[in-house]
Design a protein around this ligand. Structure first.
Ligand code: URP
Ligand code: ZN
Ligand code: ZN
Length: 463
């Protein structure tokens, strides 16, 4: 069936223009002004609206195991919430068990998503162990469309890998074209500081932030980029939280190094004081890297504006306050690390970025859709409004007012990090491969309709 979106302002990373969008089946067929209504069985009136490419969130953790528990959104509830917020593709993380093959992790995560996801999804692979066959496993993953790997420089004895492993993995991606995503914090140093704090009886949530200094992040970012340079590979820093870390990325990029970085709404809009909330509510803001002092926030916005940062993702990793965050009531190290956000990314960045004049509308699209698609090997299938691209489109109402609240959000979690935030601008109609899955606050998608995204290595923007 053909669908015509009429009279909207089509906004891409490049330009904004009045145009109609004709969709044939799952793809965009034509973009131009004056497409006749008779070309389509279904017409969506977008007068006064923007038409933007569906949001792409390249950092989510759905159904993620954590210390006997798991993140509270699975692929069904998480992708539905994403769709409500105008996100039509995600890239989640499969986790290789220590001593296990990456293929096993991929199969496990495919099973988690199958029959549940209502938007398209790709997978990164978290590498915990290269063992005897890890480098060959990485090539196999690339053949399966896992075009990126995450490595941890933090969480010793759990997820952290040493520099030799990082360097070997980077060198492999220099050959197979994939991209290493780095969780950049010096985990060994942090662990010593954490042990010291606990020994001094410092157990409240605020100590999660106070034991993870900014320099532990910037040192790791510096080291990650240096290792990538030696290996001749690009590198992508995930959830960058501080000015100091940003300076490392900027300095490398100024030298022409293919270093990329993302930040998340929480680092742009919240600060360390949140962890001091009474009644253990600071635990709602326990994730890593931690929230930073307020002075870092405008620096991150500047980084987005000047392309020192290329992507806004969410690091959506929800745990309920009542029965999950509470595991750390007497010891902040037992608080499950992570926070919810998959639903609110576009609302928050549009309101605090575009409405406040920090970002252009085109930069908003670039940061939340087009560049993630390019860097992670999905472009131009995703992240673009052009003939041949998937019809993942959002009719965005720039004047819709929305107050974020756990009472009304669709994420399966009992609090919002952005409770009471008022935003102007929201998704009105969300199309995924030509199908309207959200319209006027109602969900029409079906669990299982989301497809696995086989991503292309060497699809990145570093070429
Ligand atoms: O605290 C966080 N960020 N939890 C999710 C796992 C990660 O490191 O991205
Ligand atoms: Zn991480
Ligand atoms: Zn994460």
């Amino acid at each position: 069936m053909n669908t015509l979106i009429r009279n909207g302002a089509v906004v891409t990373a490049q330009e904004t223009r009045q145009a109609d969008v004709l969709i044939e089946g799952e793809r965009i067929k034509e973009v131009r002004a004056g497409i006749p209504e008779s070309s389509a069985a279904k017409v969506i009136d977008a007068t006064g609206m923007y038409v933007i490419p569906g949001g792409i969130d390249v950092h989510t953790h759905l159904d993620m195991p954590f210390g006997g528990s798991k993140s509270s959104d699975d692929f069904e509830t998480g992708t539905r919430a994403a769709a409500f917020g105008g996100t039509t593709s995600i890239v989640d993380f499969a986790i290789q068990g220590r001593g296990a093959r990456m293929r096993d992790a991929l199969d496990t995560w495919w099973k988690k998503a199958e029959g549940r996801a209502s938007i398209d999804y790709g997978l990164h692979m978290i590498v915990t162990d290269l063992g005897a066959s890890g480098l060959e496993d990485m090539d196999e993953m690339v053949d399966e469309g896992v075009a990126s790997f995450k490595l941890f420089m933090a969480y010793p004895n759990v997820l952290m890998v040493d520099d030799a492993t990082i360097f070997k993995a980077l060198a492999r991606t220099a050959k197979n074209g994939a991209l290493i995503c780095m969780h950049a914090e010096n985990g060994s140093v942090i662990d010593v500081i954490v042990a010291r704090a606990l020994a001094e009886g410092k157990t409240a949530p605020i100590y999660h932030a106070l034991t993870r200094p900014v320099r532990a992040e910037s040192e790791a970012v510096h080291r990650a980029i240096a290792m990538a340079e030696i290996a001749g590979a690009p590198v992508y820093i995930v959830h960058l939280s501080s000015e100091d870390a940003l300076n490392e990325v900027r300095e490398a990029r100024d030298r022409g190094v293919p270093a990329f970085a993302e930040t998340c709404p929480q680092y742009l809009l919240l600060s360390i004081e949140e962890l001091e909330r009474p009644n253990f509510e600071g635990a709602k803001y326990v994730f890593t890297p931690p929230l930073r002092p307020k002075k870092h926030l405008p620096k991150l916005w500047d980084g987005l504006r000047h392309d020192h940062l290329q992507v806004v993702s969410t690091d959506h990793c929800p745990f309920c306050f009542e029965d999950q965050k509470s595991l750390g009531k007497d010891d902040f190290t037992k608080i499950p690390n992570g926070g919810p956000g998959i639903e609110n990314r576009l609302q928050l960045i549009h309101h605090h970025g575009v409405n406040s004049g920090k970002l252009s509308l085109n930069r908003f699209v670039e940061l939340t859709s087009t560049t993630p698609a390019r860097i992670f090997g999905m472009y131009p299938k995703k992240g673009e409004i052009a003939p041949g691209s998937d019809a993942d489109l959002v009719v965005w109402d720039p004047n819709a007012r929305h107050t974020i609240s756990a009472k009304t959000h669709h994420m399966r979690v009992d609090y919002s990090m952005f409770e009471g935030f008022e935003c102007r601008g929201n998704a009105r109609t969300v199309l995924s491969r030509g199908e309207a899955i959200v319209d006027g606050g109602r969900f029409f998608g079906k669990p299982g309709r989301g497809q696995y995204l086989k991503r292309t290595a060497r699809g990145g923007a570093w070429k």
